[in-house]
Design a protein around this ligand. Structure first.
Ligand SMILES: Cc1cc2nc3c(=O)[nH]c(=O)nc-3n(C[C@H](O)[C@H](O)[C@H](O)COP(=O)(O)OP(=O)(O)OC[C@H]3O[C@@H](n4cnc5c(N)ncnc54)[C@H](O)[C@@H]3O)c2cc1C
Length: 481
């Protein structure tokens, strides 16, 4: 029986791997005009290794390629540092004991930068893998030419499907990031939707704030690890309801007031202040549609033994290509493999130190602004009155929390634009945990949240992450020459 099981396992493994190989890699395409070095020499903005995404996968890859003396640029994307930036305790990152997610990321960032990796606060908005060097367009509209590419764009949280009230209350009581938004739910009643580790993690993050936390689990048991379930049991104000799903989210458009439920017994209603979604992730692959092969579930297909995708010279690592494990250490390991694969690929096609020297002056070197003006932190109502209400020019208030990774990621943009538009506009920041009075006064329901004040009055609002260019366009609207 045991031998039979092993045989069956091996056969299935081979079939799956073989199927994947067939699916993505038959006729693996070398790009058009393959490896035309003259063309590279004639280009500018060249990157030997371009990494799209800056979670554990992208950063680990960057550490390896930059240590191998390959000029490496990491496009950090909308969430610099990736999902771990919104994770409180991480206990399973090898060799580190119990750590905060952002601490782990900071350590890897510094290690990669130590070897020369360049981390850029930009996203990639377009790729063309049909020509080599591969063409990438950044959110700042820079055209770059990559000799090899590592894709590590991770995954993003799934939203509820066809549940009335979810879309209109997104960011107004419905969220997928407890660590960002928990502070808005002090002494409030909330539900967390889901039964896996993410749901348990979000519930635990809420314990410091919420009065009652109810986990809504669609099935009759949780999928979360035993260790996580044990941690939940320590809190008597965390309850779990099985065989329960949300059918409607109620509210007045500015905040959530209740939810309708489908239960094993029929239906139910709960008055509630917040809904935290933890129902899985979708691989972040939109950008690569039509450019490389995906698995049937929409993840980037890669070879069983390496991180090679269906496109020569393009590699995938981490959650974006991992249907099964989705763990930081696994993503990191994938990143290391992708880096070694990229290094081997570049060697194979003839990239060497002599050529590296030739293109030294043509490497992509994003301009990093200098002499930036600090963004003033508002820490008292008197300061608010003098700096904001009495300002002669429009003021953009950036409401944030120090745990919100996307808030921290856009700060450099705000600082750069604030410097660029100085004398015409002022940018200030408000930590909602320190200045709850301002949070309530301006009805701030999520972070990041921008409020624009002119002559003491609100003239604009925006409550989502923006690229640098979007923030510039937003800010420019309020300037009167
Ligand atoms: C609440 C929570 C708790 C977790 N706890 C743990 C834990 O305790 N232990 C553990 O091992 N794992 C944990 N995980 C899982 C772990 O965080 C992920 O497996 C890991 O972060 C995946 O790494 P990644 O590099 O593949 O992708 P991600 O971390 O998802 O990073 C993706 C990156 O891609 C970037 N990006 C996206 N689009 C673009 C674009 N167009 N251009 C440029 N960049 C782009 C993003 O900005 C981001 O930097 C947790 C996850 C969550 C959500």
């Amino acid at each position: 029986m045991k031998i039979y099981s092993v045989f069956l396992g091996l056969t299935l493994g081979l079939l799956v791997c073989g199927g994947l190989y067939w699916y993505g890699f038959t006729g693996k395409t070398p790009p058009a005009g393959t490896y035309d070095w003259k063309r590279v020499e004639g280009s500018k903005n060249i990157i030997p290794v371009a990494i799209i995404g800056s979670g554990p996968a992208g950063l680990s890859a960057a550490l390896y390629t930059s240590r191998a003396h390959l000029h490496t640029v990491v496009f950090q994307g909308p969430q610099a540092g990736g999902q771990l930036m919104s994770t409180s305790e991480v206990e399973n990152w090898p060799g580190m004991g119990k750590k905060q997610g952002p601490e782990i990321i900071k350590a890897v960032q510094e290690q990669a930068q130590h070897f020369g990796a360049v981390l850029v606060n930009e996203s990639i908005k377009k790729v063309d893998f049909s020509v080599w060097p591969y063409q990438l367009v950044t959110s700042e509209d820079s055209q770059v030419h990559a000799l090899s590419v590592i894709i590590s764009t991770g995954a993003f949280p799934e939203r509820l499907k066809d549940v009335p009230g979810e879309v209109e209350h997104w960011g107004k009581g419905v969220t997928a990031c407890a660590i960002c938004d928990a502070a808005f739910f002090k002494d409030k009643d909330v539900v967390v939707v889901g039964g896996g580790d993410s749901a348990a993690e979000q519930a635990l993050q809420l314990t410091a704030y919420a009065r009652h936390i109810t986990l809504l689990v669609r099935g009759d048991k949780m999928r979360a690890s035993v260790a996580m379930q044990d941690r939940l049991k320590k809190f008597d104000y965390i309850k779990i309801r099985y065989n329960t799903s949300i059918t409607e989210i109620e509210g007045d458009g500015s905040r959530v007031t209740g939810i309708k439920l489908k239960t094993a017994q029929g239906s139910d209603h709960m008055p509630i202040d917040g809904v935290f979604l933890a129902i899985g992730h979708k691989p972040n692959t939109e950008l690569f549609k039509g450019q490389i092969a995906f698995t049937p579930l929409g993840y980037i297909a890669h070879s069983c033994r390496t991180q090679e995708t269906s496109q020569e010279g393009v590699f995938a690592a981490g959650d974006v290509s991992d249907e099964r494990y989705r763990q930081a250490a696994v993503a990191s390991g994938d990143g290391v493999k992708a880096a070694l694969d990229a290094e081997r690929f570049l060697q194979r096609i003839g990239f060497d130190e002599i050529f590296a020297k030739k293109i030294e002056r043509k490497l992509y070197d994003p301009v990093v602004a200098t002499n930036l003006i600090e963004i003033t932190a508002i820490e008292s109502m008197d300061q608010f009155k003098s700096v904001v209400l009495e300002s002669k020019v429009p003021v953009i208030i950036d409401f944030y929390t120090k745990f919100c990774s996307s808030c921290l990621q856009i700060m450099p943009y705000i600082q750069a634009i604030g410097t660029q538009l100085k004398d015409k506009l002022v940018c200030v920041k408000v930590d909602i945990e320190k200045m709850a009075e301002l949070k309530d006064r301006y009805r701030v329901t999520t972070v990041p949240y921008f409020v624009v004040i002119k002559d003491g009055l609100v003239v604009g609002r925006y409550n989502d992450v923006m690229t640098k260019r979007e923030f510039f366009d937003f800010a420019s609207r309020f300037i009167t020459e």
